[in-house]
Design a protein around this ligand. Sequence first.
Ligand code: 9YW
Length: 448
Amino acid sequence: MTVAQPSAVEIGLMAGRAGYVLRANDRGAFTVASPTLYPHMWSWDAGFVALGIATVSVPRALNELRSLLSGQWATGMIPHILFHSPSDYFPGPERWRTQVAAARPAGVLTSGICQPPIHVIALSRILHDARRKGGADQELAEEFVRETFDSWLAWHSYLATARDPYSYGLVEIHHGWESGMDDSPRWDAAYANVRVGDMPPFVRADLAHVADPSQRPTDAEYATYLWLLEQKVHARYDDAVYRATGDFVMGDVLVSALLAAASDLLADMGEELGIGGGASGGVEQSRAIARRFRTGVLRSVNPETGLARDLDLRTGTWLDVESAAGFAPLLCGGDDALTRRQRDLLLGPRWCGHSRLRWPVVPSVSPASPAFREQTYWRGPQWPVLNWLMAWALNRSGEQEAANQLRLAGLSQLVDCDFAEYYQPVTGETLGSRDQSWTAAIALDFLA
Ligand code: 9YW
């Protein structure tokens, strides 16, 4: 499909407006994920936000990551939300009740679960940018990597141990929110077996921000999400206790692939800067994590579909769902023939090249799948950050032409400068929040 490219004027406007959105969402030490719907710091959003801000200010981008690390738990976990200031967002700190957990950080309220480990991927990109700029930016970025290397290693080690105790090579998640793709059909089969028990009553806050509730998870889904949260509280956020008592324990391929890619990049940075050396040092540990999870991801691929699969660790069942997470192997690499096969699949008629799509960018679920819902959250709509991730992965695998195709189509989709949370893939309409920080951030990165 040929797509009209944005003109030079449109590109200039987009860069200006994206920078404006990030400045407007800046609360000093951190950036809110969106102005009203998500008035806090979300973990994987912060990674994307940092790499976007770095195109304008390296020091401010590093501060974003520093601020995120202020919420790191003693276990190494980086929590999925940092509640830097009060708001009516639900579920807030009163619902998460992390005071039951010994490992929670002092001085900042957080949620008690995590999100995909995108941060070191962002950091390595920021370092690369800073080196290109040289001078003070380069010094600051290198110093930041030295200062925080052990914290990132602790984060990755947490995922590799507490969340993969039997060394399957797949990171275990305890809640669909940990995948970043809340209501994705990836989790339907597992959620169908969850029986919601007694828990405090609740009122959702998200529906007040959208015109049409069909763009969001249903009330029944939401009750299940809160029940799992309740189970985490009952387990006092102890991963081993939750594993034995909780209802949702899934090996997540996308999180695993990101962990593998991020661990290799952490090792690269350690080597370049002479940190984490020695046989038992952080570089070697990171390489070992990368190898284990890359193997786990590649082992999950269904040879017939060519897509990676999540694993229900409660039942031992592989889950064949045509979601964008199936392209996890593109992110971690390791099998060149599979990379080429996935490139063709991703750009082909079941995915970005599907005839019904308004823009040929990555949909969250294949439009050819029976699970596809064109306007429901992670069940089909296009999330610009997913498109960015796939473009990044293709670029890294030497597939520059394919990467550029996604980049240009992604920019065309954003030309209206709404920087929406997600997009209706058939009509191209904007959905969810406007002025979403990570959408503005990836636009800046695509334009840099
Ligand atoms: C919520 C902030 C978050 C993202 C998630 C996305 C959505 C809703 O928004 O979650 O209330 O946490 O699913 O990936 O980090 O942008």
